[in-house]
Design a protein around this ligand. Structure first.
Ligand SMILES: CC(=O)SCCNC(=O)CCNC(=O)[C@H](O)C(C)(C)COP(=O)(O)OP(=O)(O)OC[C@H]1O[C@@H](n2cnc3c(N)ncnc32)[C@H](O)[C@@H]1OP(=O)(O)O
Ligand SMILES: CC(C)C(=O)C(=O)O
Length: 680
């Protein structure tokens, strides 16, 4: 059946109440309501497979631990499971704290009320809850009742309930309270609700110290939440003896507005809210107590329910209901504190860094882009806040590197690394996990292992001989004016080399030393910061390391290359960073057939060939060891004699671009000597 062109005949529009002087819109929520958790009744009755006794028992204990003082534990007349479970709670010493009310529900049928009351015999605090639908629709369709008949039944059942509870001398050990729900309140004439509740109140005779609970359910949510608020304000203003009444809400979520309805209706004067954790319940569910509580919390009002450790709560709710908590459920959903998109991540990262810079403590004012609640307040970690997929920007990966490795990447490095991450997420077609990003970073910048260049030993000295600045007149020679000399041992592909170079500082002197390997790096940017535990007192700084970032230009290439170094010693960290950049420059060399450009028409000497790289890079020494020949064969391509004559340059260019296919390199066991012979 298609949707009707004109649904107005089929679906009645809700007629709002006429309360021109309504007060609730200018009210604000100032305190938590009395909460009633009905997971074990309204939630349970909507499950495909209702909970068994042990599941209910565990759930009940959780509700108590969270701080609920009123818990609707069962519909005892429905099943032996529910009846026996209620008895189990009453009879098991210590399981129901003295300040916790056990609430049970019954229809207005005497036989069922009797059984319901029996289930609570001996309880410390018992809240008997009767319901009777009062809307015109239910009276006509379900019961065939007039208003008078509904009132009569409600009063009769209330009187009976009273006679077997608070008026029964054998029940004196129990503190009895009474709740009446004009079911379908949201669809009932407001005047009739007042009428029936006045009659029930008169039958029960509540007191200010033990008020009657009038629970006004949006059994089916039928209007915008402001209309529900109007209905509640109307009730609060028109019911007599307000001080002997607790006005309770029981919103369902048919229109998706249960939370809003509960909040506006509290502003309209309600004292109490019935609902379930994460909103399980009939059809679209009951109002979600987690959202209501944490909405209050994020307004600076403690809800008196403790969600400090929400994950085990979610586990129990999911296991008991056999329904997963939606990943986007407010506050509790797995994805609620995750940002995948670049601009969200960027803002959140900056938010956390601002907090850190201000040394903010856990109770300092929370102002965080995109995050209304500090996830740590409900036992969630910051690790999962930023997750990286193809929608992410540089900030996301940078945040993860920051959280996992404590490295606060400079902007340029964030950009460079994010390109790699983006490529990887697109190749894999999925999110990159935090540990995968960490590994990608460590591998890319050779943090765990730099197989190409390892700094074995070094010495930085002032290089008197090359000092460009003569001492000022009348002042002694200042070592600051000297150039620096790097003398050290660098292991290249596992073979140690003594190298040296001179520069304005340690980094440039090593950069100059690396030229001997055919690596020409110029430092374009440099950043450093400390990482690690900053221990105070005598051991100050003992675990602190320096993290150094160096951006280099590479001779003959457009793109810049980053290197990263971490070491206890800040100079050594920067040297390691430069070697990290050197390795990256080697690895990122174009893989087109290598051409040895000899300065003369002669074939290059073997010493030149030495610089041909494994994987197409220029690295000394040539491969050695038992597999030297095959490694050479695999990696070295010898060109024909370099072109000469007037068009030599263009021929060379063509060759360099890989457009000339070089002859096959020598192969077989005597490759090295063949190569040498050819070269010489
Ligand atoms: C909005 C809510 O959530 S209300 C709570 C709903 N929860 C449940 O119903 C769960 C537990 N219920 C049950 O186990 C059963 O329905 C029982 C034990 C209560 C009753 O079972 P049965 O006697 O087999 O009745 P059944 O469920 O078929 O039908 C309901 C009957 O109760 C009547 N009834 C419904 N609500 C009420 C009420 N609040 N007060 C009195 N009678 C009522 C109906 O009119 C119907 O009567 P009829 O048989 O004369 O037509
Ligand atoms: C019994 C009542 C309170 C109920 O569950 C409802 O109206 O939804």
């Amino acid at each position: 059946m298609p949707m009707l062109q004109d649904p107005s005949k089929k679906y009645r529009r809700f007629r709002p109440l006429h309360i021109p002087d309504r007060q609730w819109p200018s009210k604000t929520l100032e305190k938590p309501p009395r909460w009633l958790a009905t997971d074990l009744r309204d939630g349970n009755q909507s499950l495909v497979d209702p909970m068994d006794s042990n599941q209910k028992y565990r759930y009940f204990q959780m509700l108590v631990e969270l701080g609920y003082k009123e818990i609707e534990v069962s519909f005892p007349s429905a099943s032996d499971t529910d009846f026996d479970f209620t008895r189990r709670l009453v009879e098991t010493p210590g399981v129901v704290p003295d300040d916790v009310w056990l609430q049970v529900l019954s229809p207005c049928r005497q036989d069922l009320i009797r059984r319901t009351v029996d289930s609570l015999k001996g309880a410390k605090k018992a809240l008997l809850h009767l319901y009777l639908a009062t809307s015109e629709c239910f009276q006509r369709i379900v019961f065939g009742f007039t208003n008078e008949q509904s009132i009569e039944l409600a009063v009769k059942c209330t009187q009976y309930a009273r006679s077997i509870t608070k008026d029964d001398p054998s029940q004196t050990g129990t503190e009895w309270a009474y709740e009446f729900s004009p079911e379908t309140f949201s669809d009932t004439s407001p005047e009739f609700v007042i009428q029936i509740c006045e009659a029930v109140k008169a039958a029960w005779e509540p007191s200010e110290t033990n008020p009657i609970v009038f629970n006004l359910p949006a059994t089916v949510e039928m209007s915008t939440p402001n209309v529900y608020a109007d209905q509640i304000e109307y009730f609060c203003r028109n019911i007599s003896e307000r001080s002997k009444i607790c006005v309770s809400l029981h919103p369902h979520n048919d229109r998706g507005c249960a939370v809003a309805a509960a909040e506006l209706a509290q502003m309209a004067g309600a004292d109490r809210v019935e609902g379930t954790l994460f909103g399980n319940g009939e059809r679209t569910g009951n109002v979600d107590l987690v959202t209501l509580a944490l909405n209050l919390y994020t307004q600076g009002i403690h809800p008196k329910i403790n969600f400090s450790n929400i994950n085990p709560v979610i586990d129990i709710v999911e296991e008991s209901n056999k329904i997963p908590v939606h990943p986007r459920a407010p506050y509790g959903g797995q994805l609620v504190v995750c940002a995948f998109s670049g601009s969200h991540q960027d803002a959140i990262k900056k938010g956390f860094q601002t907090r850190e810079a201000a040394n903010a403590t856990s109770d300092d004012p929370w102002q965080m882009p995109y995050l209304p609640l500090d996830p740590q307040d409900i036992g969630r970690t910051y690790e999962a806040i930023i997750r990286v997929n193809s929608q992410s920007g540089k900030g996301g990966a940078a945040w993860i590197v920051y959280r996992t490795l404590e490295l606060d990447l400079p902007r340029g490095l964030q950009v460079a690394f994010s390109r790699l991450v983006q490529k990887e997420t697109e190749t894999l077609g999925r999110e990159l996990l935090s540990n995968e990003i960490q590994t990608l970073f460590e591998d890319t910048y050779h943090l765990k292992e730099n197989t190409h260049f390892i700094l074995v030993d070094y010495n930085i000295t002032a290089d008197r001989a090359s000092s460009p600045v003569p001492p000022e007149k009348g002042r002694s020679q200042n070592t600051k004016n000297f150039k620096r000399r790097f003398d050290g041992v660098v292991a290249v592909e596992g073979v140690e080399h003594h190298i040296h170079g001179v520069g304005n500082g340690p980094i440039s002197s090593l950069a100059n030393a690396l030229k001997g390997f055919g690596i020409e790096l110029d430092v374009a940017d440099y950043k450093e910061h400390s990482i690690g535990k900053k221990t105070g007192g005598g051991g100050a700084g003992a675990d602190v390391k320096a993290a150094t970032y160096i951006e280099c230009t590479v001779a003959g290439r457009k793109e810049k290359i980053w290197g990263v170094g971490i070491h206890e010693d800040v100079v050594q960290a920067s040297l390691i960073a430069l070697l990290s950049a050197a390795s990256s420059s080697v690895l990122s060399r174009p893989k087109s057939p290598l051409v040895v450009l000899a300065p003369s028409p002669e074939r290059p000497k073997f010493s030149t060939l030495q610089k041909l790289a494994v994987n197409g890079s220029l690295v000394t020494p040539p491969p050695s060891g038992p597999d030297a020949v095959s490694r050479l064969e695999a990696n070295v391509t010898v060109t024909p004699p370099p072109p000469s004559g007037p068009d030599a340059v263009s021929k060379l260019e063509a060759n360099v671009n890989g457009s000339t296919i070089p002859p096959l390199p020598p192969s077989g066991p005597d490759t090295v000597s063949k190569l040498e012979a050819k070269a010489n």
